[in-house]
Design a protein. Structure first.
Length: 119
C-alpha cells in the first residue's frame, strides 16, 4: 500500500538539459519500452552516444547541385573523398567530423564503433 517516495529527476538548471533529458528518458520511457517489448517491433532504447551526439546536418540532392561544394565551403577546403565535377562523381556516404588530423574511416568501422552516435 505504501510506496517509497520516488527520487526526483535532476534539475536541468543544475545538471544541464541533456543530462536531465537522459535521466527522464531512462526513468520514465525505458521501463515502458521494455515492458511492452518495444524493441521487438521498432528500435532499441536510445544509448548514451545518441544523447551526447554532436549536432548534425544532412545534405541531400541530385548530382551537380552543389552538395560537395557547400561542404568544401563550410570546411574552407576539400575533404578526403571530395571530387567536384559536372557528372556524378560522388557515389559515397560521407560523414565529415571535426578532428585535429585529416583521416578517412571506412563506413563499416565507423558503424561498429560504440562511441559513434549513428548505429
Amino acid at each position: 500500500m505504501c510506496k517509497a517516495p520516488e527520487k526526483p529527476l535532476p534539475d536541468p538548471a543544475v545538471v544541464g538539459a541533456m543530462l536531465a533529458l537522459k535521466a527522464a528518458y531512462d526513468k520514465k520511457v525505458v521501463p515502458s519500452e521494455k515492458r511492452y517489448l518495444y524493441h521487438e517491433f521498432d528500435t532499441p532504447p536510445l544509448n548514451e552516444e545518441e544523447f551526447k551526439g554532436k549536432p548534425t546536418i544532412l545534405l541531400l540532392g541530385q548530382y551537380s547541385v552543389g552538395k560537395t561544394s557547400m561542404i568544401s565551403y563550410l570546411l574552407n577546403g576539400n575533404y578526403p573523398g571530395a571530387d567536384i565535377g559536372p557528372e556524378p562523381t560522388t557515389d559515397i556516404f560521407a560523414h565529415v567530423d571535426y578532428s585535429e588530423k585529416t583521416q578517412t574511416i571506412s563506413g563499416i568501422t565507423l558503424a561498429s564503433d560504440k562511441n559513434y552516435q549513428f548505429q
